[in-house]
Design a binder for this molecule. Sequence first.
Ligand code: HSE
Length: 310
Amino acid sequence: MRVLARAPATSANLGPGFDVIGVALDLAYDEVEVELSGGEGVEIAVEGVESESIPTDPSRNTAGLVATSIMSRFNVKARVKIRVKKGVPQGVGLGSSAASAAATAAALSRALGLKLSSVELIEEAARGEVASSGVAHADNVAPSVLGGFAIVCSYSPLLVEKLTPPQNLEFALAIPLTVKKTTEKARSVLPKMIGLREHVDALASFSMLIMGIVKGDVQLIGRAMSLDKIVEAARAKMYPGFLKAKREALKAGAAGVTLSGAGPTAIAAVDARTTDAKLIAEVMKEAYEGEGVQCVAATSRPRASGVEVL
Ligand code: HSE
């Protein structure tokens, strides 16, 4: 029995929504093929973009953690061969591990006839995030499974809601190629405590983000994305050029800018009816390159649907 699944890249946090919200991108995809046979154990092979640097030991590999968790939760005895084909670049804040995790969970659910619900897929896929970030956060895996914007309304029990992106929303991205970071490291620089005032401001900004999505108002979405003063502020220090990229993109007409996930990718929300997303991406790329950071400029629409079994 062999099943192939494909899951999209994602951008998490969107400014004030740390670990709570993410959006699926029509930018890049990971494919995962699982093959079941007699015996026991999990075997992993990885190919595609920067695959050499990904561990194939199942206890240190995203897909391996997901498969092991599903097999043990449902008490399945089988030999599982997993072939991961990376399309989403790693370590740049575009949900690379989440795409592998979501595709693995969906492929294995189908191969084993488990018929896991979306929430169960997200729950299992989130366990794969431990390999890259040390924490089972669900803000990348949720949109990779569901598509659109996905909001983690509760972690325990897991409750996720999906919102549809406005038609005129487009993203501009500057993706640094030469900055090496791990999500775990980018989480270690975050403050452990925040004050009541910061909490109120963060709640207000997050509410603005959700209202922007609900009303289909790209300017409101962008404004909210730009307002995070907790996570982005701590991480901006890790990424020379980011704050300049943000300033320049806003000047050039972006509705809002923040770090994508744990960075270093800068993501801007753009109203496609009035602003050229390619231009915004180029402006951000130049700002990064001014600091000697080699970059790729890209644009992406949000992707309405998530993981698919091919
Ligand atoms: N919410 C996670 C973080 C996303 O910011 O650490 C990682 O892609």
